[in-house]
Design a protein around this ligand. Structure first.
Ligand code: IPE
Ligand code: IPE
Ligand code: MG
Length: 240
């Protein structure tokens, strides 16, 4: 594996990853879907290390969407328990690497035991500055915007905000993680070309890169390859 030679300005500050393809990876091997999720853990933590090596400052990992409740009760239960295990198993290692873990998602419906584990990991790593790892669990872009709109509406009704005066900056304050920066590189694995309700507000000017690799087969090299593609793009932000 070789770290690509890129200039500092060619490295994305914030990378969002849709970790897709675990089920298909398992199916190809005649294994249950859950074995695919288990195999995906190593991929995520290799990508975290690769992100640190190349100088990415923020990484958002889509681990469970608000639509994933539609899966079988067995798979949902597995994923809840698995997220708890991963957080417990990896938090010290992440802390040693200087990773700040941040939960991004909707509290409603998410298992209390998962929220508790996320809070423990957040408290442990809150002072870290090397990389922010946004664990997006029970995250949905529409739910994020709806929850923000409801917050704002309630402030308007209490006369703490004025209708007609809501700015981008104000709306951003009500997102699940107000400090999150705009996404520079949006990466999805497994060959699917869609964003599946991940970070719509933050990704309006992200460069989209779709890779034909199943998530458990991903390594830091996959991230670096995606970053090379990103570096070759011309970002214009609407300018001529
Ligand atoms: C992504 O892999 C992991 C989660 C959504 C939790 P999938 O489980 O969606 O795998 P495929 O898309 O069925 O292969
Ligand atoms: C997106 O993948 C959600 C996560 C990776 C957590 P899905 O597999 O749920 O998305 P769709 O159903 O293919 O759009
Ligand atoms: Mg999928």
């Amino acid at each position: 594996m070789a770290l690509p030679k890129l200039k500092k300005e060619e490295i994305p500050n914030h990378v969002a990853v849709v970790m897709d393809g675990n089920g298909r990876w398992a199916k190809k091997r005649g294994l249950p879907r859950t074995a695919g999720h288990e195999a995906g853990e190593a991929a995520l933590f290799d990508v975290v290390q690769g992100a640190i090596q190349i100088g990415v400052k923020e990484l958002s990992a889509y681990a469970f969407s608000t639509e994933n409740w539609k899966r079988s009760p067995e798979e949902v239960k597995f994923l809840m328990g698995f997220n708890i295990d991963v957080l417990r198993r990896r938090r010290d290692e992440m802390n040693d690497l200087g990773v700040k873990i941040q939960w991004v998602g909707r509290p409603n419906r998410l298992w209390k035991s998962v929220i508790k584990e996320l809070e423990v990991a957040q408290a442990l790593t809150k002072k870290n500055k090397v990389l922010t790892l946004n664990m997006c669990i029970n995250y949905g872009g529409r739910s994020e915007l709806i929850d923000a709109v409801n917050d704002i509406a309630s402030l308007v009704s209490k006369k703490k905000l004025k209708a007609g005066s809501i700015t981008e900056k104000e709306l951003t304050k009500h997102l699940y993680s107000p400090k999150m920066s705009d996404v520079d590189l949006f990466l999805r694995t497994s060959g699917e070309h869609r964003t599946s309700n991940f970070l719509p507000w933050q990704s309006v000017y992200a460069e989209l890169v779709f890779m034909d690799v199943l998530w458990p087969d991903v390594t830091r090299q996959t991230l670096w390859d995606a970053i090379e593609i990103y570096a070759s793009r011309e970002r214009r932000f609407g300018k001529a």
